[in-house]
Design a protein around this ligand. Structure first.
Ligand code: ATP
Length: 355
């Protein structure tokens, strides 16, 4: 049985030349960021219609979740804010994880890159983090076997490890990347991380032109802080992925800048890279809108609307890197709406007559 499924791609919904996309605003700053995305798309003339699905984080009902999944299956593509899962509500499982698992979005791609002109701990960072997105510690298989003893299962499968490794090497090949580093803790978790490492080593043999090495997760965190430029493409299991993504986002300017992409064989979801809810800053007009706008640019690229994505990303670069208009998280004093307004001003200056 082949490990990498070669299934026929399901075409994304396209009605009269316009794409339908599911929008899951989520909680915290999600809804306000989605308003900005809609405004920007309006002025850029992006041919996308959003089907908004709200999910009540407090409800135990699964109707909202089922509707969201049905909508994404119909449209093929979604843009998403983080749906809050309060840690005290132990009965409610994370909707974010449930959506990714149900749609088999087996890989998460985070392009961690510095923005010139943005104050950051490290400059010139350009790292691709490729993370297994549906199993590992996020298998949601936890139970209390006897009172006071909880067991939590970390699932690593050869098939998913191979899919992620192959995705990473193919990504490296297509994007002219030179090195893939597998991050693991196989010295302690010999079977689970051992399988992940062994599988990536086997896949690496099919790509002799790309250097492959491996690094233990704890050393990786230290190396990222002290010598991050040694990394090119990194692959890792789910929990290490979320931690490492946050470390690298912290190096380049925090939670509000970068976007992440979730892919499976059939569906794709675009969202801010660090998946924060940002409840504490919601409704204050201070959230950095760039991570969600970048997610919307990734989405337009994925749908093939390259001109629209280019116009918006050029406008973002001018605002962030040239005008240096920044929200408080980057040390600036601009409001979220000032940033969005400036982006729209640049979009309106673009000559779109040749399109
Ligand atoms: P909660 O959502 O439970 O209140 P929080 O807001 O403390 O948690 P996270 O949502 O995990 O934390 O976000 C981590 C940090 O990143 C917080 O300090 C948050 O304010 C900040 N943050 C997240 N997203 C953004 C953003 N888009 N712009 C500015 N700061 C952000």
């Amino acid at each position: 049985q082949p490990l990498v499924k070669k299934t026929k791609p399901i075409p994304v919904a396209l009605y009269g030349g316009r794409h339908a996309v599911t929008m899951l605003p989520g909680g915290g700053i999600g809804p306000e960021l989605m308003v900005y995305v809609k405004e920007i798309f309006k002025y850029a003339g992006a041919p996308v219609d959003f089907e908004v699905v709200e999910i009540d984080p407090k409800s135990d009902e699964s109707n909202d979740l089922e509707y969201a999944i049905t909508s994404i299956k119909r449209n093929g593509v979604a843009i998403k804010g983080n749906i809050e899962t309060k840690s005290e509500s132990t009965g409610v499982q994370s909707r974010n994880v449930a959506i990714r698992n149900e749609l088999d979005l087996f890989v998460n791609v985070l392009h961690c890159h510095s923005y010139p002109g943005v104050p950051a701990r490290q400059k010139g960072i350009d790292i691709i983090i490729i993370r297994q997105n549906t199993e590992g510690e996020y298998a949601m298989l936890e139970h209390e076997s006897v009172e006071g003893v909880v067991e939590s299962m970390k699932i690593v499968t050869k098939s998913n490890s191979e899919r992620v490794a192959r995705f990473a090497f193919e990504y490296a090949k297509r994007n002219n990347r030179k090195k893939v580093t597998t991050i693991h803790k196989a010295n302690i978790m010999k079977l689970s991380d051992g399988l992940f490492l062994e599988t990536s080593q086997k896949v690496a043999k099919d790509y002799p032109e790309i250097e492959h090495n491996d690094m233990i997760i704890d050393n990786c965190c230290m190396q990222l802080v002290s010598r991050p430029h040694q990394f090119d493409v990194m692959i890792m299991t789910n929990l290490y992925g979320t931690i490492v993504s946050n470390v690298v986002c912290g190096l380049v300017g925090g939670a509000g800048l970068l976007s992440g992409k979730n892919y499976g064989d059939h569906y794709a979801i675009f969202e801010p890279g660090t998946r924060n809810t940002g409840t504490a800053i919601a409704g204050k007009n201070i959230a950095n809108p760039i991570a969600m706008i970048s997610a919307s640019i990734d989405m337009l690229d994925h749908l093939g609307h390259k001109q629209h994505s280019q116009v918006i990303s050029d406008a973002v670069r001018k605002v962030i890197c040239e005008d240096k208009l920044h929200t408080p998280d980057l040390g600036g004093s601009a409001s979220s709406t000032e940033i969005v307004q400036r982006i729209i001003d640049y979009i309106l200056q673009t000559d779109t007559r040749a399109w």
